[in-house]
Design a protein around this ligand. Sequence first.
Ligand code: GRF
Length: 195
Amino acid sequence: MGMITLGILGSGAGSNMQAILDAIDAGALDARVGIVLSDHPDAHILERAELKGIRAGVIDCSGHSMKFPDVAQEETARKLREAGVELVCLAGFMRMVKRPLLDAFPSRILNIHPSLLPVFPGLEAWRQAVEAGVSESGVTVHLVDAGMDTGLILGQERVSVFPDDTPEMLHARLQAAEHRLYPAVIGRYAAQLMQ
Ligand code: GRF
C-alpha cells in the first residue's frame, strides 16, 4: 500500500496537526502531509507547517469572518488536488464545509471534535460539558458531511470530568486525548482507503 497524502485545514494553534506530524515522524502513522491551509494568515498552524518544510497556504474567504464562500471552497479543493491530497483532515477549522469541498472529497474529509458526539456539537464543547455537569466527556473523530459535527463517527476516546474542573482544565485533557486519537483513526481509515 502506498503512503497516503493528507491535506490539513486549520484556523488556529495547530496542535492536532502537530500531533499528526509527530506520529508520522515517530513511524506511527504511514502518511505524508502534502499541504496545510488556513483561513487565517497569522494562524500558528501555518508557522508549524513551515517549520517542518510543508507547503502552507491561506484560504481567502473574501473578508467573511464565518462564511466559507463556494468560490473559496472550490479554490481550496483545487489546491488540495494540486498537492495530491487523498484524505482531508480538519484540525480546528472553524468554518462549515459544504457541497463544493464535500463533492471533491466524498467520504474523505475527517474532523476532530472535543466531545462524545452526538452530545455537545458546536463551539467550545469542553465548556458545554462543564456547564452541563456531566461526569464524563471525550473526543470524537468523524467523517464530515453537510451538517455541523454530524457525520459518521469513526472513533472516540472517553475523558473523565471532575467536579472542580474548569473548562480550561477539561479542554487540556481533551486535547491530550485528541492528540492520541486523531493520528490513530487517520491511520486506520487510510489503511481501509488504500486497500
Ligand atoms: C481542538 O480542540 C479541536 O477539537 C477543536 O478546535 C481545537 C483545535 O485545536 N475543533 P488545534 O488548533 O488543533 O490546537
